[in-house]
Design a protein around this ligand. Sequence first.
Ligand SMILES: [Zn+2]
Length: 409
Amino acid sequence: MGFLFSLLAGKGGGISAIVVAIAALIGYAKIVRPHEWVEKEATYAAVTGPMTISVKVGRRRTEEYKLYGVAVSPDDEALKREAEAYIRKLAAESGKLTISYQRKRPTTAIVTTWDGNTDLGHALIRYGYARAVGKTLTYRVAEAFARREGRGMWRQKIQGFVVPEWDDCPVVHQSNRGVGVVLTDIDSRMPDRHIYRDNDRVTWGHETSHGIASRLRMAQDGFRAGNGTTVKTTAGLDVFKSTGRENAFYVLLGRSIRLTEPDVTLADVARAVPRSLRGRIYNLYLVQQQRDWNDTPLYVFDEWVAYTNGADVRYDEGIAGRDEAVDHMVEMMAYGLTLATMTDDPKLEDFARWQALRAVQLFGIAEDYDSDRGAATIHAMRTAADAERWRAEVREALGDEWTQMTLGF
Ligand SMILES: [Zn+2]
């Protein structure tokens, strides 16, 4: 402030400059000072509510802070308790915390873990334990993410929502490449020096998803000689193809799923897709790829998940264009649903429901997306005459109510 005063006074000189300076200072004091952020280090003491935390500052002082920018749902006691437990875990694991608050509101703070990696309020929103209030963009994005995945408080709002049986897919390395939360999540499931990174972030997310699936297959089968072969992705990168009947896919937030290969071929799936649903990538993935994957029809899910993760990266990074990432996700959904009609495996069906909902939601929120292909594919799924039997089979496999709610037929 002193600096601002002398600068203004010195430059203009005379009374008018001083008046200007004083006016500026009043404005400065009013507008800037109360918003100033203060940061302090503290030690975790206790979680005292679903969004309040008490900490020790220095040796003796205990202070309580309400988390900034979050609100829990007032009438959901179970969810509040879950939120509390989740925050307790994060804070206790970290031990030391960083508290940041605005001078004008010293009891409401952004609380981050010691390493700065986790913002507790953001984590609450991200996992659907709390809503974002206020204008913090990262919080709003986190809420959109939680909503479309139907997590926590958003779960009940989607009828027929099923949560598949997930496996844990832990972080393998702390990815810190200056990319968004979705791509960081994907990248961190692979060792640091993995081969699936790409200058194009959508491709990076897509190919790394194949890499993770490949790694999960290796882990299941011990990757001993004779348990599988190396196959190239359509981008020319090596992945492991198991001779076992287990496949696995990674769908963010540390969740993967293991599925058993249905007893059909990729050629069977290709034949079962009604002509009106065969799009631009039908020939590449369902016909040409029979060369490598004919006996492992879950290859369709591998691509569907990779395109969905890629579309998620596109959304999260705010990438304009790359419309085909969204188009192909929707097209692969038609093929994935076709596969779901060809088995009686409840775990596979649950995953197909969950994954279809994710794809539909991602399609719905896609920004800077000017293609009409996605909508055309969905329209064909709903109305094409030659897909009448296909629709009946999807309804039978995934349930009438779910199908109507999610796919509109
Ligand atoms: Zn692919």
